[in-house]
Design a binder for this molecule. Structure first.
Ligand code: GLN
Length: 481
């Protein structure tokens, strides 16, 4: 039985299946495997049952509950949910319940989706493996000895394990695309400003975007259309609807110009992963696209710029966790000592590292040398991308340099972990859209993700390319995973 969101919603809207039945099927999968996978910080089975019953009542009354009627959705635990704990997988927020829903949460509910729980992440979305969660890591459903990627590892694993048909994550430097690649699902980071950040706990505000995890490209298109579009509550929200990508999924790529990014195919990229990207290029060429290599030199500086810009913004955003306004407090004789004790006990090592890096980069004596310079590099990256997009409609690359790695492989050296994001980070710095879709497996039999990138608001071309890749893979026969 098909369990993609579109098919589930169609069967619920037509009355062929009840939303309650769809939900129970997913809850039973959670019962079976969540103990091993640990995708969730919280499963909200009871409220989900009430929401599903409400969807069924609306269908019975002749109403249309919406395009995601009865579709179970898992929410990254850095998305605010009214009255439901939102922890960011940090001790500092334990027990905190937001007083409102994130805009994306409201929009999913209005489209008939049923929220099944809050998913695990690297603390405050800082990491690439979920090993930085204060509540223990999530395991990759394809191989429990491997990481699911991060920081939205719980959301990626939830969809890969069939716990929910769709999920939401946030992507500051790759946190949707990299776990999507490692878990063999589709993940989208939209153009900055197309999806409201209201109610997303801020990490790097100039980089953060919310996006979906799904099992199909068409589902990803639908979820983007549902959650996207202007929100007056987010000052960086663009005054327009999400481009209607669903209407163009069957347009093919005939005549499209697609570039393979040279800088993302060489050193540091596993040969089996690069081979899958070449196979994707061949599939696009066979479908009528013009495919060529393109060098975008400034991309090599992406990682260095990001690890100044993102920590700088994080150090400012995380200043609000002071023991006064949110979550945990460690009491001490003076306010200053209370704040210090609260933050010392509440934040994990990686979060502290980012706060220190960011504070240093922003400090008066070093601002020009570090933060100021990183902003210049950011402009350089955007300009180099622009030059490439004069010649190409979309670009492709690996999403992650390798398939899913083993627990503990990269925890000893933060740089090794940071290097995971080398292919995903430039997009965030530029504010462009990019997505990852599964395109076969590596030498170890684990999923490989191909990344499709496009210029700002180039979602239509991006989805056309992804859709052709998805169908070319389907027609080339089964690929184990
Ligand atoms: N892995 C990157 C980091 O640790 C990206 C995280 C993200 O996109 N939230 O910053």
């Amino acid at each position: 039985m098909s369990s993609d969101a579109r098919s589930l919603a169609a069967s619920v809207r037509s009355g062929e299946r009840s939303a309650v039945d769809v939900l129970e099927e997913h809850l039973s999968r959670i019962d079976e495997r969540e103990g091993d996978v640990h995708a969730f910080n919280l499963v909200t089975a009871e409220s989900a049952r009430a929401e599903a019953a409400d969807v069924d009542a609306r269908v019975a009354a002749g109403e249309d509950p919406g395009p995601l009627a009865g579709v179970p959705v898992a929410l990254k635990d850095n998305l605010c949910t009214d009255g439901v704990p939102t922890t960011c997988s940090s001790r500092i927020l334990e027990g905190w319940c937001p007083p409102y829903d994130a805009t994306v949460v409201t929009r999913l509910a209005a489209a008939g989706a049923v929220a099944v729980g809050k998913t695990n992440l690297d603390e405050f979305a800082m990491g690439s493996s979920t090993e930085n969660s204060a509540f223990g890591p999530t395991r990759n459903p394809h191989d429990l000895t491997r990481v699911p990627g991060g920081s939205s590892g719980g959301s990626a694993a939830a969809v890969a394990a069939g716990f929910s048909a769709i999920s939401l994550g946030s992507d500051t430097g790759g946190s949707i695309r990299q776990p999507a690649a490692l878990c063999g699902v589709v993940g989208v980071k939209p153009t900055y400003g197309l999806v409201s950040r209201l109610g997303l706990v801020a990490f790097g505000s100039s980089l953060d975007q919310i996006g979906p995890f799904t099992t199909t490209v068409a589902d990803a298109a639908l979820v983007c259309e549902v959650i996207g579009g202007h929100d007056p509550g987010d000052s960086t929200s663009l005054p327009q609807a999400f481009p209607s990508v669903s209407d163009h999924l069957d347009d093919g790529v005939d005549g499209l110009r697609v570039g393979i990014i040279t800088e993302m195919m060489g050193e540091g990229i596993s040969p089996d992963v690069a081979a899958r990207v070449r196979a994707a290029a061949d599939a696009l060429a066979a479908a009528g696209a013009t495919v060529e290599e393109v060098s975008i030199p400034a991309l090599t500086f992406g990682l260095s710029a990001y690890y100044l810009v993102a920590p700088a913004e994080a150090s400012s955003n995380l200043a609000r966790y002071d023991g006064v306004r949110y979550g945990n407090r460690v009491d001490a004789p003076t306010a200053g000592e209370m704040m210090e004790a609260t933050r010392t006990a509440g934040f994990g090592d990686e979060v502290k590292r980012r706060i220190m890096l960011g504070t240093y980069a922003l400090s008066a004596g070093y601002y020009d040398a570090f933060y100021g310079k990183a902003l210049k590099v950011r402009t350089l990256i955007r300009n180099d991308f622009d030059a490439a997009y004069e010649r190409f409609d979309a670009l492709i690359s690996p999403t992650s340099p390798t398939t899913a790695f083993a627990f503990g492989d990269k925890t000893a050296d933060p740089l090794q972990m940071y290097l995971n994001d080398v292919c995903t980070i430039p997009t965030n710095l530029a504010g462009h859209p990019a997505m990852s879709l599964p395109f076969g497996v590596g030498d170890d039999g684990l999923p490989v993700g191909v990344q499709v990138l496009a210029p700002a608001l180039g979602e239509v071309a991006m989805f056309r390319v992804a859709s052709v890749l998805e169908s070319s893979l389907a027609s080339s026969g089964p690929v184990a995973s």
